[in-house]
Write a protein that binds this ligand. Sequence first.
Ligand SMILES: Nc1ncnc2c1ncn2[C@@H]1O[C@H](COP(=O)(O)OP(=O)(O)O)[C@@H](O)[C@H]1O
Ligand SMILES: [Mg+2]
Length: 243
Amino acid sequence: MLLKNELEILREIRHPKIMKVYDLMEDKENYYVISELINGGPVMNRLKNQGYPFSEHQSFIIIKQVMQALQYLHSKNIAHRDLKLENLLFVSPETKNLKIKLIDYGFATKFSREMGMTLILGSPLYMAPELVKRMSGYDDKVDVWALGCITYLLMSGQTPFQSHTISKIHRNTLAKSVSFHGAYWNMVSNECKDFILKCLERDHTKRQTVQSLLETHPWVKMYETNPELKKIISAPEAANLEK
Ligand SMILES: Nc1ncnc2c1ncn2[C@@H]1O[C@H](COP(=O)(O)OP(=O)(O)O)[C@@H](O)[C@H]1O
Ligand SMILES: [Mg+2]
């Protein structure tokens, strides 16, 4: 049933930061998705293989693209519900090229703003408190929570509520304060830390939308308005942000 849903969503969406689908076919046994080949592997693999986290600037470039993809999905009342670094693919294996696309619509669904969603799913490390609490009527803010988790992960190599068992991860998600201790965080701007904290607002009714973060958050503004920072994102890297 979920797979059928995935195909219907894939049929509808078209965006530069989302895997392009050319054709969908089915026979008695299988569904077939003919999609573009996204060649650079999952962002998670590069994070693990390189042995150190991404810089704030690299992370911003990746996160800005994820926000563009999410803004598009949310404008169509589609929630992704499985945002994680395994589902972000680099377009190219070249390490300087930070262009990414969002894949895996297995958990994605259309929802109504009045009714919200009820089915509880997701990956424990990225699951918002309202999912852990099994609240019905949740909305696309679950993707904003996951956005905070992956931003934290890119720059530290760890998710904010990591633990050894699922029940401890759930407990951390509901109550543990987000820690910015450790060597990597010393180099990260306060604007970036605030962005993570805004995404990780436990009350989903107070959590900002992707659109509002894109339009108003100081971390986003910092790169768009500060000429020194614009220079730090060198020309080829800045091109990653373009469509
Ligand atoms: N368009 C694509 N181009 C290249 N690799 C892909 C593509 N789509 C998926 N993959 C690879 O297949 C893996 C699983 O795909 P995904 O859609 O995430 O399914 P699952 O539901 O099994 O996680 C991805 O992590 C990625 O490595
Ligand atoms: Mg996947």
